[in-house]
Write a protein of this length. Structure first.
Length: 166
């Protein structure tokens, strides 16, 4: 069932532009980064800053935080900081680059390839789901459908090797 905001937009004749299957997560997520579940787990496992308790606790927020901690502890695939950094570095080699980040020669030709040109969302999904097969990746993450099978397979094998040997 559509939310009330979505229903209002549809009634006014505006097209719905949110579809995770197409990589359209909505305007709130256009420039947002995505964390791996393991990165969130690492955040929650850090000791509290100065040990001071907040002036007032919101029981609802505390309950959500506790459920989030339990979830990320259960589903975190990578447990130590060096492994998480290695996974992130591997994924970043295939990150989509902005026009400012791309390198061109004197004639305006692209010098450096983007690899798979993955979005933040795609990178997080690949790491969080621990996918090992190209067909499975393209099935679970539909935005990967047009990506090069060879490059994607190479990335998946590299991620799997880190997971198995960490």
């Amino acid at each position: 069932m559509a939310s009330s905001a979505t229903a209002r937009r549809l009634r006014r004749g505006l097209a719905e532009d949110e579809d995770a299957g197409l990589g359209k997560l909505g305007p709130d997520f256009n420039d947002a980064g995505c964390l791996l579940i393991s990165e969130v787990n690492l955040f929650f496992s850090q000791p509290a800053g100065d040990g001071a308790e907040p002036a007032s606790k919101d029981d609802g927020a505390t309950a959500v935080a506790e459920k989030t901690k339990a979830y990320v502890a259960e589903f975190s695939r990578y447990k130590d900081r060096p492994t998480i950094r290695e996974i992130r570095a591997i994924l970043m080699k295939h990150a989509a680059k902005s026009d400012e980040e791309r390198e061109y020669d004197e004639e305006g030709n692209l010098i450096e390839d983007d690899g798979l040109a993955l979005t933040q969302f795609e990178m997080a999904q690949l790491a969080n789901l621990c996918i090992t097969e190209v067909e499975e990746a393209k099935s679970l993450i539909p935005t990967l459908a047009g990506k090069d099978d060879g490059l994607l397979d190479s990335l998946l094998q590299e991620l799997d090797n880190v997971r198995r040997f960490s």
